[in-house]
Design a protein around this ligand. Structure first.
Ligand code: ADP
Length: 261
């Protein structure tokens, strides 16, 4: 990467935003967006002003998960900036607010990059303590470029405990290291299942893989989140568990992780 570094790639900060934190996963479907939403809400419950940018332009989940689907498109103010949609006290911006859900987006890398830059920089975020960015999965070009251009305070990596997911994690960690983005830590999602009937805990995808990978790579292990029916139900119905069941053990895990980052 050093060899290919472009001298003109510079990080340009965004006025009014103190910290930008990326939530990333090397693979799709591991619970990155669910975690990004609940971590953003966890940060917000600490009296921080929080924004949430859905950078997953091909599969935006934030409109659904933040119960902002089917709203009017964001307004554009006099400075040609989009006004974010707000729910649960969080300012949100997503490609899903701008394009029809059923329209396939067929874009090449540079177009993805410019769409991301627009969502990020042409939104009137106002003053924010933290902007949480739900990155697209993987380590593709657009993500790499974004990490090079956006002054990220750090990245949180979400993984399941499976070997295959963890091999990808190593790639993800290395990507952030290459672009000098501090890794705030690794979260193991879907780490185990506590049976509500027999109360036994089962490690469906294997045990403690992420913890060991974190140790091996010298990064922080931020915690594990079980597979839980209500995390799924609340996430997919736009009523996140940290809001609807703030005193549940699951909400507590998200809040504890958000205190650590
Ligand atoms: P990604 O952003 O990595 O693609 P999502 O956050 O969209 O993943 O999650 C994929 C699916 O798994 C969603 O239906 C979501 O509700 C569910 N899910 C995520 N985390 C959990 C969890 N800890 N327990 C149960 N279901 C979960």
């Amino acid at each position: 990467l050093q060899k290919h570094k472009h001298p003109h790639v510079a990080k340009v900060s965004i006025e009014g935003i103190k910290h930008i934190i990326a939530v990333s996963s090397a693979k799709g479907g591991v619970g990155k967006s669910t975690s990004a939403v609940n971590l953003a809400l966890g940060l917000s419950s600490q009296d921080l002003s929080v924004g949430l940018l859905d950078a997953d332009v091909f599969g935006p989940s934030i409109p659904l998960m933040m119960d902002l689907k089917g709203q009017e498109k964001p307004l554009v103010n006099d400075n040609n900036q989009m006004v974010p949609l707000i729910n649960y006290g969080i300012k949100c911006m997503s490609m899903g607010f701008l394009v029809d859900e059923d329209d396939a987006i067929v874009w090449r890398g540079p177009m993805v990059m410019s769409a991301l830059e627009k969502l990020l920089r042409q939104t009137n975020w106002g003053l924010l303590d933290v902007l949480v960015v739900d990155l697209p999965p993987g380590t593709g070009d657009a993500i790499l470029t974004m990490c090079q251009r956006v002054p990220l305070s750090g990245a949180v990596i979400i993984s399941t405990p499976q070997d295959v997911a963890l091999a990808d994690v190593v790639r993800g960690v290395n990507m952030f290291k290459k672009v000098n983005v501090p890794i705030l830590g690794l979260v193991e999602n879907m780490s185990h299942f506590n049976c509500p009937h027999c109360h036994e805990s089962t490690h469906i995808f294997g045990s403690e893989g992420a913890k060991k990978t974190a140790q091996k790579m010298g990064i922080n292990f931020l915690g594990d989140i079980p597979i839980h029916l209500e995390i799924r139900e609340t996430s997919d119905s736009g009523k996140p568990i940290t809001i609807t069941q703030p005193n549940s053990p699951q909400a507590k895990i998200y809040k504890d992780i958000s205190k650590e980052i």
